[in-house]
Structure formats: C-alpha cells, structure tokens
Ligand binder design. Structure first.
Ligand code: ATP
Ligand code: MG
Length: 202
C-alpha cells in the first residue's frame, strides 16, 4: 500500500520553507509521494485577501515539477464552500485506495489541529508531522502535546527540519515594497509573480 503525505497550505506564494519541509518528511518517513494541496477557501483566513486559486496552483506546479515524488492536487479548490482538511483527507484516501495519510504542518499550525472540523475523525485517518519552524517554539509544543490524550499524542510526530525563516507574508510584503524576493523561492515562481503582477502595489 502506498504511503502518501499531504502538504496543505495557502501557498500564496509557495517558497523554500514549504519545499524543504516536504522533502525532509518524504525521506525521513520513506514516503512514496508528497501531494501539495493548495487551499480552496481556508476558514481561518476569511479576513485576508488571498490570490486567485489558479495563480496559487500554477506557482505550486512550477515549484514542484522537478521533484518526481511531488504532486499537486486541485481537490480543495475544485470543492465548493470552505476547505476542511477532514474532507480533503477523506477524498485523498478514497482516491488512492489507502487507509491513512501523513499530513505536514509547521509548528505554528499543529496546535490548531484540535480546533479543526471533526478533529477526532481527522486524527483517526492521519498522522500529523509537526515540522520545526523558526520563530515557533517546538519544545513549548511538546509540553502542550503531553497534556493531550495518548491516543491523540501518538498521531502527532514532531520533526526537526532545516530552519528557513521564510514566510509567504514576508515575500508578499517584500514584493509590494519593491524589495528582492530572490533566493526565498524557486526562480520560476519568482518569474511567475512578476509576469502576472502578483503582490504589486495596487
Ligand atoms: P502566510 O505567511 O501567508 O501564512 P506561510 O509561509 O505560513 O504563509 P502557509 O501556506 O500558511 O505558508 O503554510 C503552509 C504550511 O507550511 C503550514 O503548515 C506552515 O506551518 C508550513 N510552513 C510554512 N513556512 C514554513 C517554514 N519556513 N518552515 C516550516 N514550516 C513552514
Ligand atoms: Mg501560514
């Protein structure tokens, strides 16, 4: 049976922080593939403006095409309404005929899992990998996780990854201010951003 990992994100834009985490997880857990799932309508980012799904998908494809283990799925953006991870995981499980998936979250996102829709059902289908992320304390996270029920705890696997202090918000801010975004994301994504005038001044 295939071992598949999902990497969810807004990917507005995708950057080396995302890619390094995905590759590290793939190798560490001997996974057959990592499926990048650009978020459709994230319920936790309702107050923020997000680039068009088509742009975010295109950038995710450009960033991942050179890695044979990486795939991009459009299932969330194709679905109507808000994107809930539990629905995405269920769809992927059915699509690939598997029983469970790995799901990558950065240290900032992992604690939110418990607030996600149908958290117990989601946890029963998923192993969450909590990747270290600069600026977010994973030792703190371990303390909090220890308060959780052992059944939940065994589903969450902390993983140290090479630290890259890169975020999409910072890249958007830099682009808007006319500052360089070079070396923070793959060159084809950088070119795409400029060709399509993303994140420029209004
Ligand atoms: P934004 O600043 O717009 O929130 P972001 O850089 O946090 O963007 P997301 O698309 O929100 O990117 O993140 C998708 C997933 O990738 C999340 O689980 C997040 O924690 C993780 N992630 C993003 N950047 C890094 C990084 N530099 N190191 C480790 N994990 C990261
Ligand atoms: Mg984020």
């Amino acid at each position: 049976m295939q071992e598949i990992c999902l990497m969810g994100g807004t990917f507005d834009p995708i950057h080396y922080g995302h890619l390094v985490v995905a590759e590290e997880v793939r190798q560490r857990f001997h996974l057959d593939k990592v499926v990048f799932v650009p978020a459709g309508k994230p319920p936790h980012k309702q107050d923020k403006e997000i680039s068009d799904a088509q742009h975010r998908i295109a950038m995710t494809r450009l960033a991942t095409f050179s890695n044979p283990y990486f795939e991009v799925s459009t299932i969330e953006v194709a679905r109507q309404g808000f994107s809930y991870t539990v629905d995405t995981v269920e769809e992927i499980i059915n699509q690939y005929g598997i029983k469970q998936v790995y799901f990558i979250t950065g240290a900032d996102a992992v604690l939110e899992i418990l607030t996600w829709k149908d958290a117990p059902r989601l946890l029963s289908m998923t192993n969450f990998i909590a990747a270290t992320r600069p600026g977010y304390d994973l030792s703190n996270l371990k303390e909090i996780l220890n308060l959780l029920h052992p059944d939940i705890l065994k589903r969450i696997l902390p993983l140290e990854v090479p630290a890259l202090s890169i975020s999409s918000s910072d890249i958007r801010r830099r682009a808007k201010e006319g500052r360089s975004i070079k070396y923070l994301l793959p060159e084809p994504v950088e070119d795409y951003i400029f060709k399509n005038g993303l994140y420029a001044l209004d």
